[in-house]
Structures are given as structure tokens and as C-alpha cells.
Design a protein around this ligand. Structure first.
Ligand code: 48H
Length: 258
């Protein structure tokens, strides 16, 4: 058979547009495909929820690839290790309570599991705003990351979702927009983003679940963004909390979706 260049283009355009149109109205829209966003996506999609995940960069995985200071190993505690086992990631005991895993194996395993469970991942798309109606966030406003990088004046497109997950990590980009534009308070002590505190792995990790909350009507916050929202410490390259937070976030949304 002779390959037709135009058919190759047609196949890509048609398939992509089908995926995008099918994701215009979803149960859960996730901003950010780091470890917490990918984990939340997996547990939601596994329960047959319609999940779309939008990632600014070319690659998913957020801050996990680089382990600690580009040493591509991550550390997890016992509870985190149990989640990695659910994703079939090999872990090695280092000392009592400390396990290591390859950051590359972990990112690729989380991603594969999320996709195989049914998550639609859209990379190279940035969340630039939210749809906010009657005091509740009802979707995400999207644009090509390239238009942001090139600083082009191009209007966005919008998707609707029953819930949004803020999983943009340290910068809490979704919450920043809500804080700036909604004229309403977040469910934080000050009503605004408290800001992450300096490194303290033990407290940072232990704070993550209590900070994984519906921070604004229709918006759950997970991962590093949760600690930044509620003013808890960073934790460095221990990633168990990100996985636990993502899983907990999915479980809470599943309860609300019932
Ligand atoms: C689309 C966006 C947007 C946007 C950002 O940073 P992440 O890895 O986030 P988490 O919370 O899953 O994991 C945090 C972890 O990687 C980490 O940084 C840790 C443990 N730090 C501890 C420490 O002490 O430093 O992933 C967030 C993802 C990234 O891929 C971004 O590109 C993406 O979100 N993103 N995607 N639209 N507006 N903003």
C-alpha cells in the first residue's frame, strides 16, 4: 500500500477533534498533569467518570521526572508505597519507612493507568480562567500554551465540568484566577491563598490530606497546590503525599457525584 501524506494529516485532525468535542462536557476537568492530577484522574476514570486533564507542557508528570535536584529517584513513605504498588511501580526499601522508586517508571505508570482507565489527556493546553456562574465554578477556560508563550491575543475556548480539580502545583494558577476575579472567598483561613511555607517534609506530607478540600464551590484542590492554598510547608522530593492527596481527592469527588 502507498502511504498518502494527506490521509495521515486527516487521521490526526479527525481523531483529535473527536476527542476534544467529547471532552466539552465532563464530570471532572483537571488542571495540571503532575503526580497528584494524574492520580486523581486514574481513580475517577476507573469509576467510569468522564475525566479530561489539561497540561500546559509537552510532557505530563510535572515535577516528578526530576526526582530531587535531577537525581531521577523519588522517595515515598509506607502509605505512598502502597499506592505505587496499585500502579505496579517497583519500589525498593531503603531504610525503615523510606522507599525509593524510579521517577521515570512512576510518571509513565501513573500516566498509562490514567489513560487506560479512560482519562482524556490534552497536553500543550493551558488553563487560563474558569467559568463561574452563580457563585460556582462550572468549567475551565483553555488556550494553547503556545499562544500564551508567544503572547498572542487569541480568545480561548471553554469546557463544562461538574467539578474542577486544581492540580497546578506550587503556582496554584486556578485559585489565583478565582481569587482575583470571583470577588468571593476561598475556604481558607484568610479567604485567599495562604501561600506555601518553607521545607518541612514531615509536616508538609502530613498536612496534604487535610488540605485536599473543596476550596471553592465546584473546585477541589490537590497536591502541592493544596499545601500552598492552606499555608502548609513544602516537602521536597518525597512524593507519597501527592499520590495520597490525588487518591483522596478522587474519592471525595466520587462521593459528591453520587
Ligand atoms: C495547565 C498547568 C497550569 C495551567 C501548571 O507541579 P506538579 O508536579 O504538581 P503536583 O502537585 O502534582 O506535584 C507536586 C510535585 O511535583 C512537587 O513539585 C513537589 C513534591 N514539590 C515539593 C517541593 O518542596 O518543591 O504538576 C503540576 C502540573 C505541571 O505539569 C504544570 O505544567 C501544570 O500542572 N500546570 N497545566 N494549565 N494553568 N499550570
Amino acid at each position: 500500500m502507498q502511504l498518502d501524506d494527506i490521509k495521515i494529516s486527516e487521521a490526526i485532525i479527525e481523531r483529535y477533534m473527536k476527542k476534544l468535542i467529547a471532552s466539552l462536557d465532563v464530570d471532572v476537568a483537571i488542571a495540571g498533569a503532575g503526580p497528584s492530577g494524574l492520580t486523581a484522574a486514574f481513580y475517577l476514570a476507573k469509576k467510569h467518570k468522564k475525566v479530561a486533564l489539561f497540561e500546559r507542557h509537552l510532557s505530563v508528570g510535572g515535577g516528578m521526572w526530576g526526582g530531587g535536584m535531577m537525581f531521577n529517584e523519588i522517595v515515598v513513605q509506607e502509605e505512598g508505597r502502597k499506592i505505587l504498588q496499585e500502579f505496579d511501580v517497583d519500589t525498593k526499601k531503603w531504610q525503615q519507612g523510606y522507599y525509593t522508586a524510579s521517577s521515570v517508571e512512576t510518571v509513565s505508570s501513573l500516566t498509562r493507568a490514567a489513560v487506560k482507565a479512560g482519562t482524556q489527556i490534552f497536553n500543550l493546553i493551558s488553563v487560563e480562567d474558569v467559568m463561574l456562574q452563580k457563585g460556582r465554578v462550572t468549567g475551565l477556560v483553555l488556550n494553547w500554551s503556545a499562544t500564551q508563550i508567544a503572547n498572542l491575543h487569541v480568545d480561548p475556548l471553554t469546557i463544562r465540568s461538574k467539578y474542577v480539580i486544581e492540580a497546578t502545583g506550587h503556582p496554584t494558577e486556578v485559585l489565583k484566577v478565582i481569587e482575583r476575579k470571583s470577588g468571593k472567598k476561598l475556604s481558607t483561613p484568610s479567604g485567599g491563598i495562604e501561600g506555601e511555607r518553607s521545607m518541612w517534609a514531615d509536616v508538609g506530607e502530613k498536612s496534604l490530606i487535610k488540605n485536599t478540600k473543596e476550596v471553592f464551590p465546584g473546585v477541589w484542590v490537590t497536591g502541592m497546590a493544596a499545601n500552598a492554598a492552606y499555608g502548609s510547608p513544602r516537602m521536597g522530593p518525597i512524593f507519597g503525599g501527592m499520590l495520597l492527596s490525588g487518591k483522596y481527592c478522587a474519592e471525595q469527588i466520587l462521593k459528591q457525584l453520587k
